[in-house]
Write a protein that binds this ligand. Sequence first.
Ligand code: NDP
Ligand code: BG6
Length: 537
Amino acid sequence: MSSTEEQQFPVAHLRPTLDEQFSFRSDVSNNADNMALDASAKTSLQSFVATEEWFQKPLVVVVIGASGDLARKKTYPSLFELYQHGLLPKETMIWGYARTAKTHLEFRDHLHPHLTPGQIPTSSKKLKDFLELCYYHNGKSYGDNEAYAAMLGEITGMDTFNAKDANVLYYLAIPPNVFAETVATLEGMPNAVVQGKTRFVIEKPFGRDTASCQALLDGFKGLGEEMQFRLDHYLAKPMVENLATLRMANPFLENMWNHEHVESVHIRFKEPFGTQGRGGYFDQYNIIRDVLQNHLLQVLLLVAMELPSSLFDSAGDESDSFRQAKIEVLERMPPIVLEDALLGQYDGYKDDPTIKNKDTNCPTYAALRCFVNSKRWKGVPFILEAGKALDQKVVDVQVKFKNRHPFPSNMVTIEVQPKPSMTMTAHMKPLGGASGTMDVTTTNLTTDYSFDGSDDILSKPIENAYSRLLLDVLRGHQNNFVRSDELVRSWEVFTPLLHQIERDNIQPVMYEYGSSGPSSRPAFMDEMVQANMKSSL
Ligand code: NDP
Ligand code: BG6
């Protein structure tokens, strides 16, 4: 695209809230005009948010599981990013809760390395001020009534903080096996402490299967659906948010986006490292529950859904049409069967000292074929593939189109990370090639979708998925969170396979650390696409 106006136009028309205009990256270059646009858009977001009711009230954020990996790597850095952008209320306190004993000062020291330049460019004054908002309290367990009561007592006892009017955000950065006791205990806390809104952020995986998901949902009913924010951070990755716009705004893609033209859709997640001390959690959940049932499935739903005719209701507010469209895809997805699965485990996985069961059959790699039995997608294989300890770091969507004989097929690759971009293959007659032949040469058309400007955090849009989602929670925007009926349906697609793997002790194929996965992978991939093409003839 040649001009900034052209790049901004579709965004402004499709998603016209200030929030979206601010946070959406539509420009792909770093020229001076675009940088100026970013800066003014940011100013408007801050001034817009500043007029909202929640922003005028005090805020208490309580990070449950604050001693853990997610809290230090994602939750606190994101809160810090919002703080730096002036997107937290003037009166804000952030409390951490976990079983590990730490003083406030020790906890601040623990956070410090994760908030320093290199991680997030910043000034030391801002960092110091932010750390002074952070407090810590430990308890014996996540159902420790007395400890929570003592923490809330400390919060309300502070002379400098008007806790009575505060809104409270509980962020559950804990393993799913302690979700239920945590919520039950917090729900039972006396309400007199705070009179504002109490919201809960709950991480994935939400349960282990359909029944446990349903049980958790039942246990959380008392909180109210609108107060629960079931977080899947993939939903706020810029390129994932961009999927619907790419389709809506580009008829050359959308018109081809169906079984007549598409041969297969392949959604890949590859990480070049293993479980890295998270084996205790991972071995209970495996790669299917950790990545496929949530992150990759959400991407599939956005690729496959029917585009809603409007994203806004008659009052101009964001409607629920997006989430409804995703559920309609799920309703057309039959459960995945073992014959359509390739499961692997990397050599050395069991050596992780945090894994107790040395006979574990836990897959660290899975490729699963699924179908969407809708008019649009009938017969098209969707392959979800995820693995730890593979040869590269990449998450992408590869849409392969049917070929027009005698030419090879075209492919659109939408890379979510590490370098958000879209690449389309195009075939051309080789320059200078002999006339009268049908030879073609293939070339790539690539557009870059990442920010390539200054390192100064305040001149950047907020791209970090956790920061974007936290701001949505504070503002009460539910669209980028997973609805309860969506969750139940999503587990129904995976549960029969998960149960069969456990019941029949299905053994994964071993693969080398740093390889491209099990050696049978290429044959499996071919079979999953070829067998399907034959059956759809
Ligand atoms: P951790 O294993 O680091 O657990 C967080 C904290 O919970 C620990 O510091 C520990 O605190 C406590 N804890 C750990 N295991 C248990 C247990 N069995 N029983 C009771 N308490 C326990 O997990 P993460 O921080 O990695 O993940 C937390 C949640 O976030 C999970 O639901 C995970 O799926 C999700 N998530 C994590 C991501 C990541 O990158 N880490 C990314 C996306 C989602 P203490 O001992 O002090 O009480
Ligand atoms: C988490 C998984 O949900 O997502 C991790 O629990 C995985 O196992 C992580 O590493 C990947 O997130 P990202 O944002 O680094 O792609």
